[in-house]
Design a protein around this ligand. Sequence first.
Ligand code: PEP
Ligand code: MG
Length: 325
Amino acid sequence: YQKNIHRNCHQPGETIDGYRVKVMANIELFEEVAAVLDHGGEGIGLYRTEYSYMNRKTLPSEDELYEEYRDLAAIMDGRKVVYRTLDLGSDKYMSQYGQTQERNPALGLRSIRFCLRHKEMFKTQLRAILRASVEGNCAMMYPMISGLRELREANKVLFEVKQELKRDGLPHASDIPVGIMVELPSAVMTAELLAREVDFFSIGTNDLIQYSLGIDRTNKDVSYLYQPLHPAVLRSIKLVVDAAHQGGIEVSLCGEVASDPFCIPILLGMQIDSISMNPQAIPGIKRIIRQTTMDECKELLRRILECRTVTRINRLVMDSIFQRF
Ligand code: PEP
Ligand code: MG
């Protein structure tokens, strides 16, 4: 069975009736690129760049980052690579660099907030990304954007970095797509406004579920409340997908939900453009996509959006799966 899945994993993620969804990979370390290619990843939809900063005593230099990003772009050979800028803090803690213990780390100085506070560190990474992007099919995105003001602040730093690279005479790609992760309820509610100022969205459901349902994603005591099929979560995802499409941009989803067989038909029904997940999950998810039709997915979504409780939605999804097999 496992062998069969793998044999077909290089086929596209396409439904029986021809709806195409790009199936990409999430990685944390450069070394995982082999797994991406082996499992049929069409690109890297989320490179969690912070892992190169963790578990070490000094910060990586611009050249060190540049070489890592450049090699990744080169090895992916024209396939898309999305670099997520530093997402440190909360569950990804870097003890060496002024990150103090906070009482509410998930609500604290993390992610893009941390980068905007430590601008030189942020700039070093942005320089490395833009320099490496000369090599391949690259894009970048900011994590944890809460709204327009923060997005514009990050873009201002990016603009300064481009000017500085020009001044320094260093080759760089100044026009790579710049997107944001939608993982805060405030970004969901302002998605329509944000869509006008970015090139793409990537929905981070791991955090979006945490912040929407008010539960710590790392706390076992409340893990029973971590419900991807909660009506609030599904409505949020739909709102973001629709806002992206109305604004003429693409939308991806790169949280764990993307690798959840129960959620895939719903995401397809919403007409998500791409999904990104751990490489090992790709063959199985492609297989599900290739065995379904868009009509089925749309009908399931329509029925789900009428449900009032997560219990009812769970049952509907289960029934739809058992009906098929
Ligand atoms: C997410 O929040 O869904 C996400 C993909 O990012 P991370 O898990 O790295 O926070
Ligand atoms: Mg996140």
